[in-house]
Design a binder for this molecule. Structure first.
Ligand SMILES: Nc1ncnc2c1ncn2[C@@H]1O[C@@H]2COP(=O)(O)O[C@H]2[C@H]1O
Length: 163
């Protein structure tokens, strides 16, 4: 069994970070603003943001764990079919909460009120990706962003969000 990399203290508590990407279908369907609005209104802090045309190489690495699945080729083609909005959001329990906000991988299993529950119908066009653990968030953020692209800033609302 692979040893677990310990989470650095700077990545825990209110400083936890997750990687979220609006997929090409989400960009084409003009869902970027609505999705970002949900994360902002929830109280998470945006620390990284860019519109990128992802290379197949980057996507193969991003989805490396799924490489033997029959849909892998189609997934890479879909994800490279247009620009993606890559984001890093920060806040307490952001990895777990973002997954809840996204809904289930299959939109049909996603409750109304979630992003996938509200805006899509099929698993191969599920509009958004979010890291599934703190560990994969760290890997995905370093794959998609340079350190210099991540911003540290003091949020004036943090004292109203955290005790
Ligand atoms: N059965 C499937 N058929 C096609 N694509 C899938 C299937 N299961 C998962 N995926 C895709 O693989 C992706 C893996 O993580 P995502 O959250 O980005 O969203 C998933 C879907 O886009």
């Amino acid at each position: 069994q692979q040893a677990k990399t310990p989470t650095p203290a700077c990545w825990t508590g209110v400083n936890e970070r997750t990687f979220v990407a609006v997929k090409p279908d989400g960009v084409q369907r003009r869902l970027v603003g609505e999705i970002m609005r949900r994360f902002e209104k929830k109280g998470f802090k945006l620390v990284g943001l860019k519109l990128v045309q992802a290379s197949e190489e980057l996507l193969r690495e991003h989805y490396w764990d799924l490489r033997s699945r029959p849909f892998f080729g189609g997934l890479v083609t879909y994800m490279s079919s247009g620009p993606v909005v890559a984001m890093v959001w920060q806040g307490l329990d952001v990895v777990k909460t973002a997954r809840k906000m996204l809904g289930e991988t299959n939109p049909a299993d996603s409750l109304p009120g979630t992003i996938r529950g509200d805006f899509c119908v099929e698993v191969c066009r599920n509009v958004i990706h979010g890291s599934d653990s703190v560990e994969s968030a760290q890997k995905e953020i370093s794959l998609w962003f340079r350190q210099s692209e991540l911003n540290r800033w003091e949020s004036s609302s943090s004292r109203w969000l955290y005790n």
